[in-house]
Design a protein around this ligand. Structure first.
Ligand SMILES: Nc1ncnc2c1ncn2[C@@H]1O[C@H](COP(=O)(O)OP(=O)(O)OP(=O)(O)O)[C@@H](O)[C@H]1O
Ligand SMILES: [Mg+2]
Length: 428
């Protein structure tokens, strides 16, 4: 059947019988002119979805029906739940291979990793769980539409995968890995607050990556209920480009920070190795000004790859003897790995604790000067339990000021340093 018979809204480039192409609908305040099409074999379903598309949509009964109407004009396609079939997803695959101007969103009744992988492999940009409300759908249409608009800019149009064009090294984002060889030292608190502070201070996007793959808790600390995780990015690595990757990021509304959360189940951690995480981080460099990475408290293949890939390694130490002993061993390992000393930034957490250890003694033992002293503050566990970073919840506290000041040292440094950057610090 044809979508024309029941279409009441004329969309340029899709179903305009006069062949006259007026301006396409505008999304929000941006200047993204992209048409929206809704596809679902079930008429009631497609009408219901079209009714919640803010600027209206044209409806089609099948992907092939829509594909035969495409004219090269950018279109965001919303697939309803009845499109979850091998036949329709194969048609999506063929359509997205031929029409790079089309960005597809799938609404699915049940979100499973298997479906997500199949959908993303078919060229779907975003998968939403049903039921979807108008605001959620509008957000997804904006994201996918923005990506299409960027592709339409001639200078940005790549041959090959989106975002793979050569960038000036100064445009690549700076990668900062937060690490400690002691569990509970404060890595996640420092990584999340550093990222939030950078998101507030910098013009470019900031992405926080949870590379504590088995037991990452950044999503909980930021009160996020992510639809996608790092597993989804890695499972479509052969198709992954900057647009697809940014579609998978969770949005932290209070700060504007983007987050790539850890797998929802520890078992999925096995799917991600050093090579995979490096590829994801390289793509993020093309999108964000800063990429902050939280890690587990031990060296594994992923952590080694991240340390290698990073411009900066923030080494977190607490103010007690076991902490100092483990961090000393960690520093020795970093030295054996030939990690350039100027990459390493020592942060002493709970530095005001009355534990009879002086900062100067710790620095002497570790043979490295601390670049930030973060005080102990009961606002920190309170903020963790609330899922609101302390920098946002208690901005005037000493701990927030220390974290903000530390973050500002990375804002001043901006993008990734050049390889020739001179070394000021030396291993001792
Ligand atoms: N400066 C601080 N003042 C008070 N409490 C703190 C401070 N830093 C961290 N904490 C508390 O210590 C706990 C552990 O911190 P966090 O989760 O950041 O450590 P971690 O190094 O990421 O741990 P893991 O190795 O388990 O991932 C947190 O629940 C937090 O409440
Ligand atoms: Mg942690």
């Amino acid at each position: 059947m044809s979508g024309y018979a029941e279409d009441s809204i004329i969309i340029p480039g899709l179903n305009d019988p006069s062949q006259h192409v007026p301006a396409a609908p505008q999304f929000g305040s941006g200047s993204v002119g992209v048409a929206v099409a809704v596809v679902d074999p079930d008429q009631g379903e497609r009408t219901a979805i079209a009714s919640i598309v803010p600027d209206g949509a044209t409806t089609f009964a099948s992907v092939n029906d829509l594909a035969s109407r495409l004219t090269g004009v950018p279109v965001v396609v919303v697939l309803g739940p009845s499109c979850v079939s091998d036949h329709e997803l194969a048609a999506v695959s063929a359509m997205t291979a031929e029409h790079r101007e089309v960005g597809v969103i799938l609404i699915a009744d049940e979100l499973s990793t298997a479906l997500l992988q199949t959908a993303l492999r078919s060229g779907v940009k975003d998968v939403l769980g049903a039921p979807v409300d108008s605001a959620g759908l509008a957000g997804a249409i904006h994201r996918v539409g923005d990506g299409l608009a960027q592709m339409a800019v001639p200078s940005a149009a790549p041959v090959g995968r989106q975002g793979e064009e050569d960038l000036d090294p100064s445009e690549l984002g700076r990668v900062i890995t937060v690490f400690s060889t002691k569990g509970g030292a404060g890595k996640s608190v420092i990584a999340s607050n550093l990222a939030v502070s950078l998101a507030q201070q910098s013009d470019r996007p900031v992405v926080l990556v949870d590379a504590h793959l088995q037991f990452g808790d950044l999503a909980v600390m930021l009160k996020l209920a992510p639809q996608h995780t790092i597993v989804d990015a890695v499972s479509v690595l052969d198709k992954l480009d900057v647009n697809l990757l940014t579609d998978l990021l969770a949005h932290h509304e209070p700060s504007g920070l983007k987050v790539l959360p850890a797998p929802l189940e520890p078992a999925f951690a096995d799917q991600i190795g050093g090579e995979e995480i490096s590829q994801v981080i390289s793509l993020l460099r093309r999108y964000a000004g800063h990429i902050i990475i939280d890690t587990p408290a031990y060296f594994n293949e992923v952590v080694l790859a991240l340390i290698e890939e990073s411009d900066d390694v923030v080494l977190v130490a607490g103010m007690d003897i076991p902490n100092i002993k483990n961090v000393k061993l960690g520093l020795q390992t970093l030295r054996l790995l030939n990690t350039p000393m100027e990459k390493i930034h020592l942060v002493l957490n709970r530095a005001n604790s009355k534990v009879k250890l002086e900062v100067s003694e710790v620095e002497k033992t570790l043979a490295i000067k601390a670049e930030a002293l973060i005080p102990s503050d009961r606002d920190v566990p309170i903020s963790v339990n609330k899922g609101a970073p302390v920098i946002l919840g208690s901005p005037r506290s000493g701990v927030s000021k220390a974290l903000e000041e530390f973050a500002s040292t990375f804002v001043a440094q901006g993008a990734a340093p050049s390889a020739e950057q001179s070394s000021k610090k030396r291993w001792r």
